[in-house]
Design a protein around this ligand. Structure first.
Ligand code: NMX
Ligand code: MLT
Length: 477
């Protein structure tokens, strides 16, 4: 009460509630920045020294390099749903994406595996029958209604709010209906965790296409979302609600997109963030909201948006010229010279062309081989790996899924690249939700690695050297 009175008096006196930002920062800010800048230079040099001279030293079975470089590819997490082989790419429960696409049920007249089937496979470990996929689609239709408060929340956001921010906000607005959270408050037993995780997972999967379509229509179109159609499968209905193209080809492209991006084991940024937050028993809505924020990063899910922008920019500069390997080599070299990454190429774990890229390429070769943007993507496929190889530092010079997915959407008239990460997110919901269910089903505990300052890392590295010299540990330790 006291606080409210103070605020009222403040307003009555005509004073602003929040200090106006001033163009000239206070001197203390300069002081703070100078200190950070000096320390950052010193610490970065120290980090590089540690990597160079002690990178291979062991600390608790890991190396100094692994601790500094984000535990890249270190086997230190458990994820049941899928496994990424550096050369072969992702397998959903031991099934390569090529086999998933070949073996799982399709829509009538379609050639692409239905993403609902991929979810079934991820969550049960078994290839679903037609009947099971059909039943799951029906279940999702039953749960699809998005509460009005969530749609109203979206409508309060300025239209220039990035679609991924809108999606994260919507995920949090949905959270109040979490069944997992409600049951937890009522004393749910541990063996019931996965049951209510599954409930929330199905609700989120059912509702996210409508939310994504709403974001698309309000941000880029007239704000009117085409009607939800329970006669269609999950992906086709989503494609229809986007309202950009009624072609059967677009529905197939969206099915492929949503099936391919569904899961990429547990270590990628969005899945890991979801797992980490979920490990505190934050419910699936909280956990996926955290994951979505990770997916919005340019080195992760946003790369498909960035990739399309890069391609369109190159296309503009090419004008009437054909996209030859020579010209593309020039563009790629220019991007590198500007100190930028070439979006859609490279990967933290993969060391080969991403099979998701290859499946999209196969689709494009069947459906849109004459599309000028596909021809540009094709030229990049041939030109960019040698440029990255020549540069010498990239561990994987080959394309990842993001180098192709934008072209497919653009071809079917979904042209606003700021929306592409939302497409990725709708799909990835399947994988992270399957992972969440399994983390609770096998009782994985709260995740809490030990962090150390750089100096401590140096001490540990030196201690290891000393122990090795004294013969207290072997070279292998
Ligand atoms: N263009 C230019 N430089 C690159 C690229 C690229 N495509 N890929 C890696 N490098 C650089 C990287 O920045 C690093 O430079 P420095 O030592 O100066 O920091 C060096 O090569 C070694 O990096 P790697 O170990 O090969 O890759 P890392 O595991 O650190 O990063 C990515 C993986 C995916 C972040 C990186 O390849 C990249 O930035 N790619 C472009 C963005 C992209 O396509 N992201 C999408 C990932 C897939 N997804 O769907 O989320
Ligand atoms: C993904 O699909 O999550 C990306 O390829 C990134 C990754 O696996 O690290």
């Amino acid at each position: 009460m006291e606080r409210v009175k103070r605020i009222a008096a403040h307003v009555d006196a005509g004073l602003p509630l929040v200090a106006e930002p001033t163009s000239a920062p206070l001197p203390v800010m300069e002081n703070m920045k100078t200190k950070i800048a000096a320390l950052a230079g010193e610490k970065s040099a120290f980090k590089n020294f540690l990597l160079k001279y002690h990178g291979e030293r062991k600390i608790q079975g890991l190396t100094v390099e692994m601790a500094i470089n984000g535990a890249r590819a270190v086997k230190s997490m458990v994820t049941e749903t899928s496994d990424l082989d550096a050369n072969l790419g992702i397998a959903y429960r031991h099934l390569s994406l090529y086999d998933v696409n070949k073996d799982l049920p399709k829509a009538p007249g379609g050639n692409v595996a239905l993403p609902e089937g991929a979810f079934w496979l991820l969550v049960t470990g078994e290839e679903p029958s037609e009947e099971e996929v059909h039943g799951l689609t029906e279940e999702l239709h039953k749960r699809h209604e998005v509460p009005k408060n969530v749609l109203d929340t979206l409508d309060t956001l300025p239209l220039d709010t990035h679609p991924m921010t809108q999606l994260s906000v919507a995920m949090l607005a949905l959270q109040k209906d979490s069944k997992f959270n409600q049951q937890y408050q009522e004393g749910m037993k541990k063996d019931q965790y996965w049951v209510y995780a599954l409930e929330d997972a199905l609700d989120i999967i059912a509702k996210i296409p409508t939310i994504a379509a709403k974001i698309y229509r309000r941000t880029f179109q007239d704000g009117v979302v085409p009607a939800y159609d329970t006669n269609l499968d999950w992906a086709a209905n989503f494609a229809q609600m986007l309202g950009v193209n009624q072609d059967a080809g677009f529905k197939e492209a969206v099915r492929l997109y949503l099936m391919l991006h569904a899961d990429h084991e547990g270590g990628n940024v969005s899945a890991h963030a979801t797992h980490l937050v979920g490990s505190a028993l934050s419910d699936p809505y909280y956990a996926w909201a955290a994951g979505l924020c990770g997916l919005a990063g340019p080195l992760h899910g946003l790369a498909n948006q960035e990739c399309l922008s890069w391609l369109l920019d190159v296309q503009k500069q090419l004008g009437d010229q054909r996209p030859t390997k020579e010209l593309l080599t020039e563009f790629a070299e220019k991007t590198l010279k500007e100190g930028k990454v070439i979006p859609g190429f490279g990967h933290a774990v993969l060391r080969n062309t991403d099979p998701r890229y290859m499946l999209e390429r196969e689709f494009a070769l069947t459906h849109c081989t004459h599309d000028p943007l596909f021809q540009l993507v094709d030229a990049c496929y041939h030109a960019i790996p040698p440029v990255l190889l020549k540069q010498g530092k990239v561990k994987n010079p080959y394309p990842n899924v993001d180098a192709h997915s934008g072209q497919l959407m653009y071809f079917y008239n979904l042209k606003e690249q700021n929306f592409y990460t939302v497409m990725f997110a709708v799909s990835r919901t399947l994988g992270v939700m399957a992972q969440y269910i399994w983390s609770r089903a096998i009782g994985l505990p709260i995740e809490r690695p030990k962090s150390v300052p750089l100096e401590e890392l140096m001490n540990l590295a030196k201690k290891h050297r000393w122990q090795r010299e004294k013969g207290k540990v072997s070279d292998q330790q």
